[in-house]
Design a protein around this ligand. Structure first.
Ligand SMILES: Cc1cc2nc3c(=O)[nH]c(=O)nc-3n(C[C@H](O)[C@H](O)[C@H](O)COP(=O)(O)O)c2cc1C
Length: 238
């Protein structure tokens, strides 16, 4: 083969490879609506390739509140044990664990709601503060609020408190615009189930579509979370 022909073939190959790289490099869908946005620290981005969110154009977010009453897996009191789920030595609040599972399985971003004034981890103090807040209709101020406007589907997770929503969930619901969005409630509890909380959320957000078949799991059944969450997600079509 002539030297000039060989050079042309090599140059041709380089051009083809470059065009391919540019195409595949730019055609990857940006699944993170918060990219380049001002994202608070307590948002985790999930880019799970196996996520079963059937509609790729839907941006979904998991928002949750959870109060693990300890961060140590050793020598837990009964109350502490009740409030956490330990995975490979890592201590997570019950609702936190479920939120992370939903985030992974649906490829949603995950955002933890935290109050400016942290809740006590001592169980009795926590019960007292919760009772006071609920009696007074308090709206605890949120630390690091985030802009939820780019999300179409929002999973909202909470522990059941006094058969109702924890007050910071009310703060979150009242401080954002949910018009036209799909809201999917989920909770962990100590025996009350999800109570009337999906209906309460729908009353608060008349222009949102709140899924009534929300997920609930007892804190005594946390080991079954993985399959329970998967079964529920497929039952609601996600
Ligand atoms: C202040 C407070 C009130 C609670 N009230 C209820 C209740 O009315 N019904 C119920 O089933 N569980 C109740 N629980 C139990 C929690 O819902 C349950 O332990 C939950 O899994 C805790 O989740 P977390 O670890 O994500 O905070 C209450 C817990 C606390 C701390």
């Amino acid at each position: 083969m002539k030297k000039s022909k060989m050079i042309s073939i090599i140059v041709g190959c380089i051009v083809l490879i470059s065009v391919g790289l540019v195409y595949f490099g730019t055609s990857t869908k940006n699944t993170n609506p918060n990219e380049n946005a001002n994202v608070p620290e307590n948002v985790e981005n999930n880019e799970n390739q196996n996520a079963n969110n059937s509609n790729e154009d839907v941006n979904s977010l998991v928002v949750y509140f959870s109060v693990p009453e300890t961060d140590s897996p050793d020598n837990m009191t009964r109350d502490e044990d009740n409030s956490v789920h330990v995975v490979d030595g890592e201590v997570l609040g019950n609702t936190q664990y479920i939120a992370n599972l939903i985030g992974e399985k649906t490829g949603s971003d995950v955002y933890r709601l935290e109050p400016v004034e942290p809740y006590p981890t001592n169980h009795d103090d926590l019960l007292e503060r919760a009772a006071n807040e609920m009696e007074q209709g308090a709206r605890p101020e949120m630390k690091d609020p985030m802009d939820i406007s780019s999300y179409d589907v929002i999973y909202i997770g909470y522990p059941i408190w006094n058969a109702d929503l924890p007050p910071i969930i009310n703060t979150f619901l009242e401080n954002n615009n949910f018009d036209g969005k799909t809201i999917i409630p989920f909770c962990t509890h100590g025996g009350s189930g999800i109570s009337g909380t999906p209906a309460t959320i729908q009353d608060m957000l008349p222009n949102a579509n709140v899924i009534t078949n929300g997920f609930s799991i007892s804190r005594t059944n946390m080991d079954a979370s993985e399959s329970e969450v998967s079964g529920w997600l497929s039952s609601i079509g996600y």
